[in-house]
Design a protein around this ligand. Structure first.
Ligand SMILES: [Zn+2]
Length: 154
């Protein structure tokens, strides 16, 4: 069954409040030249919280979220009926598209994967759905807001 474009966008667009997007990009810049990673929490495709996580690999080309911090984020989110909406990581020296490593080491199934590229003058933020062989872009909408983001556990 064919869905309308509106329905499709409604289902797939990630809605990220501007302060959270800014905090995520700032985290990536702070950790460079190392890759960094973190979680955006909320419900469905609507982000309402930000959890910067430690990159256990401390690498410029790999990341692995610190397991203890992942669990802490899950517990915090579940405690208020929220969940992971997306996982982000940075590409300090590469485009904002999934690498072969990202496809090979896909531990999070269908969960949208945000990649923040620091390659250009301005950081670029794109989101993807990965499967072992392929990837598909998920639109991102940054929502202007005056509301401060929920503090993460970072
Ligand atoms: Zn990557």
């Amino acid at each position: 069954m064919r869905s309308s474009i509106f329905t499709m966008l409604h289902e797939t667009t990630l809605l990220i409040p501007a302060p959270i997007q800014a905090a995520m990009v700032a985290h990536c810049l702070r950790e460079a030249p190392l890759e960094c990673c973190g979680v955006l929490g909320g419900n469905g495709r609507t982000v309402d919280s930000f959890y910067p996580l430690r990159n256990a690999k401390q690498s410029e080309t790999r990341y692995e979220a610190d397991a203890t911090e992942v669990i802490r984020a899950v517990v915090e989110l579940r405690g208020r009926g929220a969940e992971f909406v997306a996982i982000y990581h940075s590409h300090p020296k590469w485009q904002a598209v999934p690498s072969q490593t990202d496809l090979n080491e896909n531990h999070y199934g269908d969960l949208p994967r945000i990649i923040v590229s620091l390659l250009g003058e301005t950081p670029e933020v794109r989101a993807w759905r990965l499967d072992p062989e392929n990837y598909e872009e998920i639109p991102v909408t940054v929502v202007p807001t005056q509301v401060e983001p929920t503090a993460g556990t970072g």
